[in-house]
Design a protein around this ligand. Structure first.
Ligand code: ADP
Length: 342
């Protein structure tokens, strides 16, 4: 079976992030007011005491600002930061240089912390709690373990799957913050600010249209903005007007709800081939010739959140809103497969 990956402006991969657009200070961050307020208090208190900030865990879907906040914190504290990623730390020895080189009160950021192997995770426990690690010197019978003190540092972990973190690791984070999706006005404000940074004129009404298609996610908003800029500069007069947004989005198949072609194919297949469901994920995946993982990770979460789809014990079912959105006749008129759902 061929595997289809989502690419293009709606992809949430980090590779095409423009560091130019990433806020560097709390004052530049838009939205997440409650989270920011709590962080600002903790940061200010740690700064005044001259102590390391307590360890921080951010969780939430991709593209909502976990790395952004982790970048702002060391800037606010006036301390250096080192970046690491969970999957790259394969064994405790990979972690040792990060810990021993950490300066007093500095920040170590570990992205995708839920992907740390168990042995590395366990090695972190004493480092986080007592600022100490055990290292083995020498080999064979000469080998001995020494306890090495570390400078007090702050670990900031980011995860899209907080549920996968073990309780002992989770409990060692003093500050735990969940990031939620953004409101339309917040996304429009991000888009208008970033248009200035990208030196392109963005009409406020066009910003609203882009915001509506951004799935509540700043990273998607930024990607759509870059595409609209390219489109405006090569096909229009260089200004992002509402018409430019509509034309540019049409070209990449992004509709007013922010659904892409694969999202719509999924719903159309569920409705046309499976009579709206219930249908099993594997069956839908086979019909679409797309891997079930891709559907589960990259398509279904947004359809579920948008109330276009529900997952029932018997399988996936398309909701009334999906029929309306796709302009398809509702099964209420012919046969009702879901009983209470219509
Ligand atoms: P995550 O780490 O949660 O996947 P990022 O922090 O990398 O997400 O955010 C993706 C991009 O979205 C950033 O480069 C930044 O430009 C933008 N962004 C995220 N959150 C905000 C915010 N609150 N205000 C402004 N821009 C934001």
């Amino acid at each position: 079976m061929s595997r289809q990956k989502i690419i293009g402006p709606q992809a949430t991969s980090r590779s095409d992030d423009d560091p130019q657009l990433r806020p560097q200070r709390f004052a530049d961050v838009i939205g997440q007011r409650d989270v920011l307020e709590r962080l600002a208090i903790a940061v200010e208190a740690a700064r005044r005491r001259g102590e390391a900030l307590g360890h921080v865990l951010f969780d939430g879907p991709p593209g909502l600002g976990k790395t952004t906040l982790a970048t702002c914190i060391p800037n606010e504290l006036g301390v250096p930061v080192t970046y690491a990623s969970g999957p790259a730390l394969k064994a405790p020895r990979d972690l040792v240089p990060f810990l021993t080189n950490a300066e007093e009160r500095s920040v170590l950021f570990i992205d995708e912390i839920h992907r740390l192997p168990k042995a590395v995770e366990e090695y972190l426990y004493t480092a986080m709690e007592d600022f100490r690690i055990d290292i083995v010197l020498g080999e064979g019978i000469q080998a001995r373990t020494v306890s090495l003190p570390l400078k007090p540092f702050t670990l900031i972990g980011a995860t899209t799957r907080a549920g996968l973190l073990s309780a002992p690791l989770r409990d060692r984070f003093l500050i735990r913050e969940h990031l939620d999706f953004y409101e339309l006005d917040e996304l429009a404000a991000i888009l208008l600010r970033n248009a200035v940074k990208l030196q392109v004129q963005l009409d406020p009404e066009a910003a609203q249209l882009l915001a509506q298609r951004s799935r509540g996610t700043p990273r998607i908003a930024n990607n759509l903005l870059r595409w609209a800029r390219d489109y405006a500069q090569s096909r229009a007069a260089g200004v992002i007007t509402p018409q430019v947004v509509l034309d540019a989005m049409q070209m990449i198949g992004v509709d007013p709800l922010g659904l892409n072609r694969l999202d719509r194919r999924y719903l159309e297949t569920l409705i046309r081939v499976f009579g709206g469901g219930p249908a099993g994920l594997e069956a839908i995946a086979h019909t679409l010739n797309v891997s079930a993982d891709t559907l589960q990770d990259e398509v279904e979460p947004f359809l579920l959140r948008s109330e276009l789809l529900v997952r029932t014990p018997r399988g996936r079912v398309a909701l009334a809103k999906a029929y309306t959105h796709l302009n398809l006749p509702s099964p209420k008129d012919s046969h009702d497969t879901t009983g209470t759902l219509f």
